[in-house]
Design a protein around this ligand. Structure first.
Ligand code: FES
Ligand SMILES: [Fe+2]
Length: 346
């Protein structure tokens, strides 16, 4: 459905700041390199604590992080071959969460029925993904640039002390170039197209660029030249895809952790005009430079704003706020709709 792009005042419904997730999607929980063979990490998907471990054959398993014996966190245990042994009494659980051994059970005695919930888990694009839902798991988001050698990929992880709706609005809202003006971000945005489906919001803006960053990205020949380009931001629940006309793209995978805690795992791709052999040599250095000199600086400014928004919301949850960007209003509708859909189906 096509929506009007007029900027017009709407009161924000505060329940958006309390709404839960639709868990019937894949959520990224950690970079795969963070989890070595024989190790366990605790992760959280919207208040759901999960212990993820990599067994002796490098396979991933995800179990609820609560031992069926007494509720101790399973991530405090250890990996024994393919199983996870709880740290308290050493009960062992296989990847399906079934208790398969109790070290002090007399020989010949039957194991009790003790089952930890297990979750579908997979490794893709260097990330560990978990499906915490109760429906049929959909496909993972596609990232075609990931395997294409002429794109430079820069990964960025973010951690916000804020509700995921605030973080999502920050990603979808191009009108906050004001915040990044000292970093030579973008200016004069115009919302030119807005589409909404039951599971997505797609906003297209026209945005102007200028400065050293624009020159570096190949948007302009000179740093003082202004270039205006269309930018599309697609919020395909619960993740994002942004494209700047074949010059750069961003895949931002959202992880709502709890009421006021959200993470994201992002892949920035930049089209590089160097010959492939130079790119291969320079890739690690360029990744660090782009990440530290540009992306993390933008991110720090965003985190400061969003966390301040969250603190003020908590201090006075009944205060009404005003929005004029219809893309934000559409994203809020989408978040509420997805949550209600899940509640009604469960
Ligand atoms: S609490 Fe886990 S084995 Fe006893
Ligand atoms: Fe920003």
């Amino acid at each position: 459905m096509e929506l009007a792009t007029t900027l017009k005042s709407e009161t924000i419904q505060n329940n958006i700041r309390e709404v839960g997730i639709n868990p019937n999607y894949w959520y990224p929980v950690a970079w795969a390199s963070q989890l070595k063979i024989g190790k366990i990490i605790p992760v959280m998907i919207w208040h759901l604590a999960i212990a993820v471990y990599r067994d002796a054959q490098a396979r991933l398993h995800a179990l609820e992080d609560a031992c069926p014996h007494k509720g101790v966190a399973l991530h405090k245990g250890k990996v024994q071959d393919c199983n996870l042994a709880c740290g308290y009494h050493g009960w062992e659980f296989n990847g399906n969460g079934e208790c398969v051994s109790i070290p002090y059970l007399p020989e010949g005695q039957k194991l009790p029925h003790a089952q930890a919930r297990s979750f579908p888990v997979q490794e893709k694009y260097g990330l560990i993904w978990i499906f915490p839902g109760n429906a049929v798991a959909p496909e993972l988001p596609l990232i075609p640039e990931f395997d294409e050698p002429d794109w430079l990929m820069v990964p960025v992880t973010a951690h916000f002390q804020a509700h995921f709706s605030m973080c999502n609005e920050n990603t979808l809202d191009v009108f906050h170039g004001f915040l990044h003006q000292k970093l030579q971000g973008w200016f004069d945005p115009i919302l030119i197209n807005l589409q909404e489906t039951p599971s997505s919001v797609c906003a297209e803006y026209k945005v102007s660029y200028k400065g050293r960053l624009a020159k570096f990205l190949g948007l302009s020949e000179h740093a003082d030249q202004v270039t205006t380009l269309p930018v599309s931001i697609k919020y395909r629940y619960p993740h994002f895809y942004t494209s700047l006309q074949g010059i750069s793209s961003l895949y931002l995978m959202r992880l709502p952790v709890g009421q006021v805690e959200t993470r994201s795992f992002a892949f920035f791709f930049f089209k590089v005009r160097f010959p492939k052999w130079i790119l291969t040599q320079l890739k690690p250095l360029m990744q660090i430079v782009i990440q530290r000199l540009f992306l993390l600086k933008f991110l720090a400014q965003d985190i400061e704003m969003v966390e301040s928004e969250q603190r003020n919301y908590l201090a006075n949850p009944h205060r009404r706020y005003v929005e004029i960007n219809p893309a934000i209003i559409a994203a809020q509708r989408l978040i509420v709709r997805q949550y209600k859909e899940f509640i009604q189906s469960s």
